[in-house]
Design a protein around this ligand. Structure first.
Ligand SMILES: Cc1ncc(COP(=O)(O)O)c(C=O)c1O
Length: 391
């Protein structure tokens, strides 16, 4: 009998304890920190960029939809889970983004999985930026395509990979605004390179939609790529719209193909009616208050500037996301905890959430932050910093 067969049922998961000890030793263990309903902290961690999650018009629409359509969507969109609300939301999202069609999923994570897998496959090469979101990375892993991970924003390398590929089809995959440092992808250049090599461009606009572009139409729209026949955009309902869910937006035939083939769409319970109604109501607010998005960008650059003045190593935010380098994972955790004790909630990003292995505080800006909010957040972050965080 070998060692594995001689384990008792109580010992089967012993290896998990050893793994957990290793993570704790390296400062990589996670703790779920409950957020109270009426949080008093200054929130520089959430992704509710426009503050719509608690907007009464938006939350009220969610409550009304749950009462009318039910708490859950009751099944896959292909079985019983598709309602008029879903259709209306898809129509409105496509119109807002200047695209032919849209398809909503229960999360943007599942939308990314569905889009990457169905638009690639064994006959395709995927050329992806190394800093893309883990949901896109998982899509690449599931795709059976030949995947090349390129250095960050290295357009010549992407061009070369497209020119020398062995597969008949290709898909270039990038975030518009990268989720850790908040820097942006050169979308116009990427689109140009894709065109030269008859390749589709897939852009995750999670942190651009609702924040960048005309009235928050996103980074793809701002780059002049809305409605292009070879561009597919992924947008979140879960960030600037304050809801839950995600969508693929693009040419009608792409959407039709995704409906028929994406396993994360076909075999997933549809987006909850309340989330669809939330997103619809939030989109209405965004249309009626088009000045909200630019406040996010302004506040992010204010925070970055002040932290840089205080000698921290800060990224160059292009939308609402920025990050501050920490000397180590353990110090990043202690730094974030110290900020929280003083009423400022910040994100703490460590491996595997950082593409280069460098731990950071990840900060997000909201439209509603006042100058005095920014000043006090910067004071708390600066005052709680570990030795070695400044240069
Ligand atoms: C760039 C990016 N893409 C996709 C997602 C996944 O979105 P969702 O939380 O709606 O599943 C996130 C979430 O943080 C993200 O930052």
């Amino acid at each position: 009998m070998d060692a594995a067969q001689s384990s008792t049922p109580e010992q089967v998961f012993d290896w998990l304890d050893a793994e957990a000890d290793k993570r704790s030793g390296a400062g990589l263990a996670h703790r779920l920190i409950p957020r109270p309903a009426a949080a008093k902290e200054l929130d520089l961690a959430g992704e509710d960029y426009l503050g719509l999650a608690h907007d009464k018009r938006v939350a009220g629409a969610a409550a009304a939809a749950a009462l009318r359509w039910g708490a859950g969507s009751t099944g896959s969109r292909l079985v019983t889970g598709s309602t008029e609300l879903h259709a209306e939301l898809e129509h409105e999202l496509a119109r807002f983004c200047g695209a032919q069609a849209a398809l909503v999923f229960s999360s943007e994570f599942t939308a990314n999985l569905g889009a990457v897998t169905t638009l690639s496959g064994a006959e395709a090469a995927i050329i992806a930026d190394k800093h893309i979101h883990p949901s896109l990375i998982d899509g690449c892993r599931l795709s059976r395509a030949e995947v090349a991970a390129m250095n960050h924003n290295d357009v010549p390398a992407i061009k070369n990979a497209l020119a020398t590929r062995r597969k008949p089809r290709a898909l270039v995959v990038t975030d518009s605004v990268f989720s850790v440092d908040g820097d942006s992808a050169p979308l116009e250049e990427l689109s140009q390179v894709c065109r030269e090599h008859s390749t589709a461009l897939l852009v995750d606009d999670a942190h651009g939609f609702g924040v960048l572009g005309d009235g928050g139409r996103g980074a793809v729209h701002a780059a002049g790529l809305a409605g292009q026949p070879d561009v597919v955009t992924l947008i979140p309902l879960s960030k600037a719209l304050g809801a839950q869910g995600g969508a693929v937006v693009g040419p009608r035939r792409v959407i039709k193909h995704v409906v028929d083939n994406a396993r994360s769409f076909m075999f997933d319970t549809g987006l909850a009616p309340a989330s669809a109604a939330t997103a619809l109501a939030a989109l209405g607010v965004l249309k009626s208050e088009p000045e909200l998005p630019e406040k996010v960008v302004l506040n992010a650059s204010r925070i970055a500037e002040q932290l840089r003045d205080n000698k921290f190593q800060v990224s160059e935010p292009q939308a609402g996301v920025l990050s501050v380098r920490a000397p180590s994972a353990e110090e990043a955790v202690a730094w974030a905890a110290c900020c929280a004790e003083q009423g400022v909630r910040v994100g703490c990003f460590r491996p595997p959430a950082v593409p280069d292995g460098v731990s950071r505080l990840r900060l997000t800006a909201r439209a509603s932050l006042t100058e005095s909010d920014v000043d006090s957040a910067v004071k708390v972050i600066s005052g709680s910093a570990p030795r070695g965080a400044t240069s």
